[in-house]
Design a protein around this ligand. Sequence first.
Ligand SMILES: Nc1ncnc2c1ncn2[C@@H]1O[C@H](COP(=O)(O)OP(=O)(O)O)[C@@H](O)[C@H]1O
Ligand SMILES: [Mg+2]
Length: 230
Amino acid sequence: MINVKQLSHSFTLGKKDPKTTLPVLKDISFNVKRGEIVSVIGKSGSGKSTLLNLISGFSQPTEGEIWIDGQQVTNFTEAEFADFRLSHLGFIFQSFQLIPSMTAYQNIELPLVSKGVNEYDRKQITIELLKKTGLINYQGHYPSELSGGQQQRVSIARALVLNPPIILADEPTGSLDSETEADLLQFIKQLNKERGITFLIITHDDAVAAIGNRTIAIKDGRLLEVGDAQ
Ligand SMILES: Nc1ncnc2c1ncn2[C@@H]1O[C@H](COP(=O)(O)OP(=O)(O)O)[C@@H](O)[C@H]1O
Ligand SMILES: [Mg+2]
């Protein structure tokens, strides 16, 4: 489902010549099969978010290829990637990334508006997800009126709203207490099982990594090990 081939990425630092380059990812290759949950672990600064940004098309790799669902996404234009994201990828972030001026309902509905779904269908889908995430009584609340766990549920509902085959999560429990974290991990497992959603989850937390079928570690820019849970 996700196929990363000999991926390398460096950042160019400063405006002076000669420019300094910071190599972050070096010759990374791995596959994520359909229906798998794969965790990516590594210390802070090891390049985990950089990897996710490349897979998401928010930046272009220095070298290498990324294939998602049979398509080489590294060749996409920005507009093509934007379309591809809407049909293939859902995102969950540590900081939730909700729009503060929109209610829970409006935040969840937003990708449907971007995709041009009609109002009747938008309402059906949004209400169903509000129910599924236990937020139906909070639909009119703004993010500032919700707890961290509730905000993360809104962001998950938003990630699910276009029914993506893949969800990419960057430290999804990083801002949650341990009880809320356990609930969220349970919910991720349930979505994986019920809907067959493929998850790539970045974390530095062992409890999060443990829900994965496999764990990939990044150290000094390289893929260190691919542990097999079975
Ligand atoms: N846009 C950027 N420009 C320059 N350096 C960056 C940029 N983004 C990340 N870095 C650097 O790349 C390294 C990896 O960062 P990141 O992928 O965010 O790590 P992680 O998510 O594992 O904590 C760090 O040294 C960071 O400072
Ligand atoms: Mg990060």
